[in-house]
Design a protein around this ligand. Structure first.
Ligand SMILES: Cc1cc2nc3c(=O)[nH]c(=O)nc-3n(C[C@H](O)[C@H](O)[C@H](O)COP(=O)(O)O)c2cc1C
Length: 547
C-alpha cells in the first residue's frame, strides 16, 4: 500500500522500507564489521544445565515426519536437547582466513540471528521447573527463573528478537527481517518437534505479558539507559509443545511466575552503537499483539502431502540445511521435484504450518527458469482456494502479457491438479534471468537457480490490526523454511532473499492494487560450494554422545 500522511503506522512503515531502483531503504551504508553486535546472549549468574547432544537417537526418515514415530517419545532431557538443537542449535562452524562464524539450524537474514529462545517447563525429568534461556553456542539452558515443582507437566517455547542485531546492518527494513526470521524459527521448531512426534501450537499471549514471562521487561536487567534499544529483546511468540504425557501450559502465568526466583544478568549486545533506527522500534510497538486472541487458522481441504521419497533422515537434513551462495546455471531441476516442492508449501496442519497463527495468506509469484519440461516464465501458485478464484484477476493484464493465463495441470498430466499452478506468461530464459536478477537487488542467485519466487500477501488487514503484519511476515518465513528443507531433501539447495525491489516486483506481475505486496523472496537450484571455506563440527568442545 502506498504511504500517505493518513496511513496507519505499519502501512507507512512498509512503504518507507521498500527498496526502490533509485534508492535502498534507509540503512547504515558502510559497515564496520569489527563493531558487529554480539550474536550470542548469555545470562551470567544463572545456573547452567548442559543439554545432551542426543538428536541422532531420534533420527528417522524425512518422508515419515507427518506420522508419529513407532514408539512415542516422552519429553525429558534428551528429547528437549534434540528439540532445541535441531531448531536453534549450531549446525557447523565455518572459517575463511581469519574469519570464523557459526551457522545454525535456523537460517537468518545476514546470519545476524536476532532470535532468542526460552524454554518454559514444569515436571520434565532432569529439568528444574521455570523459565530457561537457551544458549545455542554451548547447547545449554540458563535457569533464568526457577521455581518449586507443583506437580504439573508441560513445555512451551518463547521467542524474542534482539532487533538491534538486524538494525545494525539493515537499518529501517530490519523489523521485516526480524519477523521473517521468527517465521523461520517457528518453522524450524515445528520440524524438530515433528521428528519427535510432537506438535507446536502458537498461544495467544499479549506482547507485554510475554515480555514479563520471559523476563525481558525487568527494569533491573534491562535498565532504560541511553543504549536500552540495543540491548532490548522484543517479545514475539509463545508456543505450546504437545507431546506424550504433557498437559497444556497454565493459563494463569502470573501465579506460576510469582513463585519463581530470577537469576542472571543479560550480557551486553553492543557496547558502542553508532546510530539508531527509531522506526524499527515504532513498528514493533504498533504491531505488538494486543489482548484479543487471533482466531486459530483453518486449513483448506486438500489431498495429503505424499511421503517424500528421500531415504535421508530428518535430523541429517535439518543439520545440513544451508543457504546456497552460488548456483550452477547449467543444471536443471526435475519437474516432479519442482511440483513436489510447491506441494509442500501448501498450507496443511503439519510442520511447519501447524505453527502458523493466521489463516493462510501468502501466495507465490514464480520465476521459473530451469525446470525440465516446463516453459520458462512467470507463474502463480495460489495457496488457498479463495486466492485461486480471486488472484488471477489481480495479476495483469497490465502491459497485456497475461492474457493467455493457463492452468498447468490442464496441459501437463504430471502436474497435480490440486496445485492449481498457473502459467501467467512464458518468457525466454535470458529475459527471465534479467528480470529475476534485477528484481532481487541484482543478486545472481535469483537468476542462476532453477526457480525463484516472491511471496505475495494481502496487507489490508494490517490497517486495523497491527499484529497481522507480524503474522503475515512470519507465514512467509514458514514457507521459506519448508522450501529450505524440501530443497535439501531433493538434493538441491535454497536461499531466502530479503533484498528485492518491492514495487518493481509488483509491476512485473501486473499488480496494481496496493493491498497486495511481495514480502519475501526465495530461490532454489543446484549449489556450487566454495572450496575456500572450511567447515568444522558444531560443538567441538563437547564429546559426541553414544547412541
Ligand atoms: C529472511 C532472510 C533473508 C535473507 N536474504 C538474503 C539475501 O537477500 N541474499 C542472500 O544471499 N542470502 C539471504 N539470506 C540467507 C542468509 O544470509 C543465511 O540464512 C545466513 O547467512 C545463514 O546461513 P545458512 O542459511 O546457510 O545457515 C536470507 C535469509 C533469511 C532468513
Amino acid at each position: 500500500m502506498s504511504e500517505t500522511p493518513q496511513s496507519p503506522p505499519l502501512i507507512a512503515y512498509h512503504a518507507r522500507t521498500k527498496h526502490r531502483f533509485e534508492a535502498f531503504a534507509d540503512g547504515p551504508g558502510q559497515l564496520d564489521w569489527d563493531a558487529q553486535p554480539e550474536a550470542f546472549r548469555r545470562y551470567p549468574g544463572a545456573p547452567l544445565l548442559e543439554l545432551p547432544l542426543a538428536a541422532d537417537r531420534f533420527e528417522r526418515p524425512y518422508g515419515q515426519l507427518a506420522a508419529a514415530p513407532a514408539a512415542p517419545i516422552a519429553p525429558g532431557l534428551d528429547s528437549l536437547g534434540a528439540l532445541l538443537e535441531l531448531s536453534f542449535g549450531i549446525s557447523a562452524w565455518k572459517s575463511w582466513g581469519p574469519s570464523r562464524w557459526a551457522l545454525r539450524c535456523n537460517p537468518s537474514s545476514g546470519n545476524l540471528h536476532p532470535v532468542e529462545a526460552y524454554a518454559l517447563s514444569a515436571g520434565l525429568p532432569g529439568v528444574a521447573d521455570g523459565v530457561h534461556h537457551y544458549d545455542p553456542r554451548d547447547h545449554l539452558l540458563e535457569g533464568r527463573a526457577l521455581r518449586p515443582a507443583d506437580g504439573s507437566c508441560w513445555l512451551a517455547v518463547g521467542l524474542s528478537s534482539a532487533m538491534w542485531r538486524e538494525a545494525w546492518k539493515y537499518g529501517e527494513r530490519a523489523f521485516r527481517y526480524c519477523q521473517l526470521d521468527i517465521g523461520h524459527a517457528v518453522g524450524a521448531l515445528g520440524y524438530a518437534a515433528a521428528l519427535l512426534g510432537w506438535r507446536v501450537e502458537p498461544l495467544a499471549v499479549p506482547g507485554d505479558n510475554l515480555a514479563r514471562l520471559l523476563g525481558i521487561d525487568r527494569a533491573d536487567d534491562f535498565p532504560p539507559t541511553r543504549h536500552a534499544y540495543t540491548e532490548a529483546e522484543e517479545p514475539e511468540i509463545l508456543l505450546a509443545i504437545h507431546a506424550p504425557g504433557l498437559a497444556a501450559p497454565p493459563a494463569a502465568w502470573n501465579d506460576w511466575l510469582a513463585a519463581a526466583r530470577w537469576q542472571g544478568t543479560p550480557s551486553q549486545i553492543d557496547a558502542a552503537p553508532g546510530y539508531r533506527w527509531p522506526v524499527v522500534g515504532q513498528a514493533a510497538t504498533a504491531s505488538r499483539q494486543g489482548a484479543a486472541a487471533s482466531p486459530p487458522p483453518r486449513f483448506p481441504e486438500r489431498p495429503a502431502l505424499p511421503k517424500h521419497p528421500t531415504p535421508s533422515g530428518a535430523a541429517q537434513l535439518i543439520r545440513q540445511r544451508r543457504s546456497a551462495q552460488r548456483f550452477d546455471p547449467q543444471c536443471t531441476l526435475d519437474k516432479a521435484a519442482f511440483y513436489r516442492m510447491l506441494d509442500a508449501t501448501l498450507p496443511r496442519p503439519q510442520a511447519p504450518f501447524a505453527g502458523q497463527e493466521n489463516a493462510p495468506a501468502i501466495h507465490l509469484l514464480l520465476f521459473v527458469l530451469r525446470v525440465d519440461g516446463l516453459p520458462s516464465g512467470l507463474y502463480l501458485l495460489p495457496r488457498t482456494p479463495e486466492a485461486a478464484r480471486t488472484l488471477p484477476a489481480v495479476l495483469g493484464p497490465g502491459d497485456g502479457r497475461f492474457t493467455g493465463q493457463c492452468t498447468v495441470a490442464d496441459s501437463d498430466p504430471d502436474c497435480p491438479a490440486h496445485l492449481g499452478l498457473i502459467l501467467l506468461a512464458p518468457l525466454e530464459l535470458p529475459e527471465m534471468q534479467r528480470l529475476a536478477r534485477a528484481l532481487s537487488c541484482h543478486q545472481d542467485i535469483a537468476a542462476t537457480s532453477a526457480f525463484s519466487l516472491g511471496m505475495l500477501g494481502d496487507l489490508s488487514p494490517v490497517a486495523g490490526d497491527g499484529y497481522a503484519y507480524r503474522r503475515l511476515l512470519r507465514e512467509a518465513g514458514l514457507v521459506g523454511q519448508a522450501l529450505y528443507l524440501e530443497a535439501e531433501a531433493a538434493g538441491v539447495r535454497g536461499t531466502g532473499i530479503g533484498c528485492f525491489f518491492d514495487d518493481p516486483v509488483h509491476r512485473a506481475f501486473g499488480i496494481a492494487d496496493p493491498r497486495w505486496q511481495s514480502v519475501y523472496h526465495f530461490t532454489v537450484g543446484t549449489p556450487v560450494s566454495d572450496s575456500r571455506i572450511e567447515t568444522a563440527p558444531p560443538y567441538p568442545q563437547r564429546l559426541p554422545e553414544n547412541p
